[in-house]
Design a protein. Structure first.
Length: 319
């Protein structure tokens, strides 16, 4: 796992990353010999960006050779493109990469022109990019604790709630009004969309667009509704948004008629139609949550074999 901390100045980002790493054995803050080249919202020279990416990769590989599995990295990012490039560059070595944003100073009265510029860059960048999931805590220890708690947010399953349908309907109305013609459809997916199935109390919403490249246009209107864009490198065929603390709603943006769209609907509909499958999935979810309660990514992976099996069966019956 890699956790990137975006704050200003870079020394503050390093400090949060160091405090965060201290919370776990086998964790280390990475210290690339080259600082992030962002000095403003202007694009840095390509050579400087390449040096930063390669230096970060070397620091990560050194840490992994030393046996450190959790690595943190702090930097001051002015551009979403730079943070995205770093995540893509490190993705070849780790498929779990989180990014968080911690405000520049504990006190607004301490704001300098540089801090004001960094904050303005965060606002501009967040309209199109992931500048890091925003943490409300400003002091170092509470900020690190908040990041840690979000990464390790427990998988808590609850019995089905009939109110989930109404919750989705309210959210769908707001999303439809905000996105207008940008979205082709807005649908309820995931376990909360299956009557009688236990689930994490998070409403999963599938938003389709004619082409995935257009998903960038959804960032600003969804942000106005309280959704943060989370740019996970592994999300090749979808874009992910979430809101709430703890998280209460997820939005998955996918291409209309694409595999991600059709698979989400097929798996949901298979669960709705098959009581035995729902019972089997329930037991799998309970076992996975018990074994991997604070490991969300591993919890999801534990269910993947059943999902693939169901989708294969759906595809075979459709032929």
């Amino acid at each position: 796992m890699i956790i990137i901390v975006n704050s200003f100045p870079s020394e503050r980002a390093h400090a949060v990353a160091k405090v965060l790493a201290a919370r776990s054995d086998g964790a280390v803050p990475l210290t690339p010999e080259v600082e992030c080249p962002d000095q403003s919202s202007a694009r840095p020279p390509r050579a400087q960006l390449t040096e930063f990416l390669e230096a970060s990769e070397r620091a990560l590989l050194d840490a992994r050779r030393a046996g450190d599995q959790l690595c943190t990295l702090g930097a001051a990012f002015f551009r979403g493109e730079t943070l995205r490039a770093l995540r893509r560059h490190l993705d070849r070595h780790d498929d779990v990469i989180y990014a968080y944003r911690v405000d520049a100073t504990p006190s607004v009265g301490d704001a300098t022109a540089e801090v004001v510029a960094w904050r303005a860059a965060q606002e501009r960048g967040a309209r199109l990019h992931d500048m890091g999931y925003e943490i409300q805590e400003r002091e170092l220890e509470p900020a690190a604790a908040a990041i840690w708690d979000d990464v390790h947010q427990p998988v808590d399953l609850v019995e089905p709630d009939p109110g989930w349908v109404d919750d989705f309907a309210r959210e769908r109305a707001e999303i439809t009004a905000a996105l207008g013609a940008l979205a082709s459809s807005v649908e309820h997916v995931g376990s909360t969309a299956v009557p009688g199935l236990i689930a994490k109390p998070i409403i999963d919403i599938l938003v389709t667009v004619p082409a995935l490249e257009r998903a960038a246009h959804l960032v600003a209107p969804l942000r106005a509704l309280g959704y943060a864009f989370i740019d996970y490198p592994q999300n090749r065929a979808r874009r992910f948004f979430c809101k709430g603390a703890p998280r209460s709603h997820h939005i998955h943006v996918v291409e209309q008629g694409g595999a991600e769209h059709l698979d989400k609907l097929a798996f949901r509909d298979a669960l709705r139609a098959d009581q035995e499958l729902r019972a089997e999935y329930r037991q799998l979810k309970l076992a996975a949550a018990s074994a991997l309660r604070t490991e969300r990514a591993a919890y999801g992976e534990r269910k993947s074999e059943l999902v693939r099996r169901v989708l294969a069966r759906c595809a075979a019956s459709a032929r």
